[in-house]
Design a protein around this ligand. Structure first.
Ligand code: FE
Length: 207
């Protein structure tokens, strides 16, 4: 299984298990937040998705194929939103790890230096994308052509549909941080970048 190929179709979609215990990201993200975020929000998207898919022509598609088949089609927006949120969340859990942050692996570090100038500038660009997103959405590190970019998407939107390769995701919906940080989204994002971000996962996604 490649890093991006994070769900293949069986009988119904199932959220993959969290890659670490719920308390493993403390004190940056509490076990309470992770428990609700994974157990209620992520699982809720997947349960809704399975209900919406029952009896439709999309029932046998993989999650990624489903996202591509429904993107940009207003009549299929609910299906797209739940499919994309299912994929985005699985990608987010893997974008974090206990004792993350620190230095990216050398090949990724070289790409970061080429695109942003330095790791610090890359983290600033990701934080700026995360805080500039108005309302719910996501900040992403993506590979676009030969360049790394920090981008934001709103609601369930995902870079998968724009031809970019996602390397990392940071959830900036309020459910990701409000219990721990209230309205201080920037504090959550900076703490994630300094202490949890999984540069090894980003490096794997470079391919
Ligand atoms: Fe979320």
């Amino acid at each position: 299984m490649t890093a991006l190929d994070i769900r293949e179709r069986a009988d119904s979609h199932v959220p993959p298990p969290l890659p670490y215990p719920e308390e493993a990201l403390q004190p940056v993200i509490s076990a309470h937040t992770i428990g609700l975020h994974y157990g209620k929000h992520h699982k809720g998207y997947v349960e809704t998705l399975n209900k919406l898919l029952t009896g439709t022509q999309y029932e046998t598609l993989s999650l990624r194929a489903l996202i591509n088949a429904t993107a940009g089609k207003p009549a299929l927006a609910t299906l797209f939103n739940n499919a994309a949120q299912a994929w985005n969340h699985t990608f987010y859990w893997r974008s974090l790890r206990p004792q993350g942050g620190a230095e990216p692996p050398a090949p990724l570090a070289r790409r970061i230096a080429a695109s942003f100038g330095s790791l610090d500038e890359c983290k600033k660009a990701l934080a700026a994308a995360a805080t500039a997103q108005f309302g719910s959405g996501w900040a992403w590190l993506v590979l676009e052509g030969d360049d790394l970019k920090a981008v934001k998407t709103s609601d369930a939107q995902t870079p998968l549909t724009s031809g970019a390769t996602p390397l990392l995701a940071i959830d900036v919906w309020e459910h990701a941080y409000y219990l721990d940080y209230q309205n201080r989204r920037a504090d959550y994002v900076n703490a994630v970048l300094d202490k949890l971000i999984n540069w090894e996962f980003a490096s794997d996604n470079l391919g």
